[in-house]
Design a protein around this ligand. Structure first.
Ligand SMILES: *Cc1c(COP(=O)(O)O)cnc(C)c1O
Length: 392
């Protein structure tokens, strides 16, 4: 069989403005860091890069937790890491579900043989702490888990009450911070969160491939006191932590160049400062919402419960979901997300995450959307840009 390598061209994906639910735009500095020479995973130079990455991650999570590392894998690997290390067969686990990612957590708990105690809320609404209080009555959950920023709906879950309920019922408090970390306050230690995971491709603005996680002393204690070995060899933190800690014991080969990229993305975040970064996310979100509402469209999530980095916009009457997204991509180079599950065809998900969260992208999106909707004969008021301007 003949094989002609010349049939394959160079990789050239073109330029995009990534305004979907992730990945977000990656700064050139991060891509450049990724292309540095690959060295060994036990090379002293790499070991110091690992240490710096951990220090930067602790700063971002706002924690002193010793086990604060990037897991090799995307956000879902971080999710799986938290549950597989902390849950044993038969353990009661409370999972709050109001979107795709809470559903995914439940799936993992079931696969691990945990006794799932599921607390649901309508997609697009927050979890009611009273429903959780009710669900844990007379129970002894090992873990209480919730998604901070539900990327499938744009809902921001307040953590304070749920954290209190977890402590009162003796459960570890586990939080999905895939979309919230680096875009809004998470304050791990201040809140008393025991286990958290994130992803590199949302507000950290690094390519997908790593999942930062952090375990508190209580979570480490629970790991140490397990009756059975962690069901996943690859994600067993009792072994992985020896490589990231003082022992430097080989477990699996670290994704060297991805860690260069993460370190650079974290350095950019530290240069900007957390407060300035959160304020930037909020400002651009407010401008986008002002523009959308001025056009005559509406948001899925009630004011006060919205995420600053993920905007769920109701698709207006008469607009063709797929055609609008196709025109955004083909005519304007912009990617946005559609709805998932019951919200498919009902919402657009517009991300303003990390490096994407910029004034120019807000204006580009609003003007592109207005142009496309007008072409589809959808009635929109041409005042979005003024409304956004007034926020700035
Ligand atoms: C994106 C996302 C995940 C999953 O991350 P992957 O990198 O796609 O594996 C989990 N939780 C939330 C809230 C997310 O937004």
């Amino acid at each position: 069989m003949s094989f002609d390598a010349n049939n394959f061209r160079d990789v050239d994906p073109g330029e995009r403005v990534l305004m979907g639910p992730g990945p977000s735009d990656v700064p050139v500095r991060v891509l450049r860091a990724m292309s540095a020479p690959c060295i060994g995973h036990l090379d002293p130079v790499f070991l110091s890069i690992m240490d710096e990455t951990q220090r930067l991650l602790r700063f971002l999570f706002q924690t002193e937790n010793a086990l604060t590392i990037p897991v090799s894998g995307t956000g879902s690997a971080g999710m799986e890491t938290c549950f597989v290390n902390l849950v044993e067969p038969g353990d009661e686990v409370v999972v709050c579900v109001n979107g795709v990612f809470g559903t995914r957590m439940s799936d993992i708990v079931n696969r691990l043989g945990g006794k799932l105690i599921r607390v649901d809320a309508e997609w697009g609404k927050t979890i009611d702490p009273d429903a959780v209080r009710q669900a844990v009555k007379g129970k002894h959950p090992k873990v209480l888990a919730v998604v901070h920023a539900e990327t499938s709906t744009g809902v921001c879950q307040p953590l304070g009450d749920l954290c209190t309920i977890a402590k009162e019922s003796g459960a570890l408090f586990l939080v999905d911070m895939v979309t919230s970390l680096a875009g809004m306050e998470v304050g791990l230690d201040r809140m008393g969160i025991d286990a958290a995971y994130s992803g590199t491709q949302k507000c950290i603005s690094c390519p997908p491939g790593l999942s930062p996680i952090s375990f508190s002393a209580a979570a480490m204690e629970a790991l140490k006191n397990r009756k059975s070995p962690v069901a996943s060899w690859y994600l067993d933190m009792s072994m992985v932590s020896s490589y990231w800690g003082a022992d430097r014991k080989y477990h699996h080969t670290a994704p060297i160049n991805m860690i260069y990229a993460l370190r650079e993305a974290l350095r950019i975040i530290a240069e900007e400062g957390l407060e300035a970064r959160f304020a930037r996310h909020l400002l651009n979100h407010r401008a986008l919402v002002a523009g959308i509402e001025a056009m005559g469209l509406s948001m899925l999530v009630a004011e006060g419960e919205r995420l600053p980095m993920l905007n769920a916009i109701r698709i207006p009457e008469g607009a063709d979901d797929l055609k609008v997204r196709k025109a955004l991509l083909n005519d304007f180079g912009m990617e946005i997300g559609g709805g998932l599950g019951a919200l498919a065809g009902k919402i657009w998900r517009v991300g303003l995450m990390g490096h994407t969260s910029r004034r120019r992208n807000v204006f580009l999106f609003l003007s592109a959307l207005e142009t496309i909707l007008k072409a589809q004969a959808v009635d929109v008021r041409p005042v979005a840009l003024e409304a956004a301007s007034s926020i700035y």
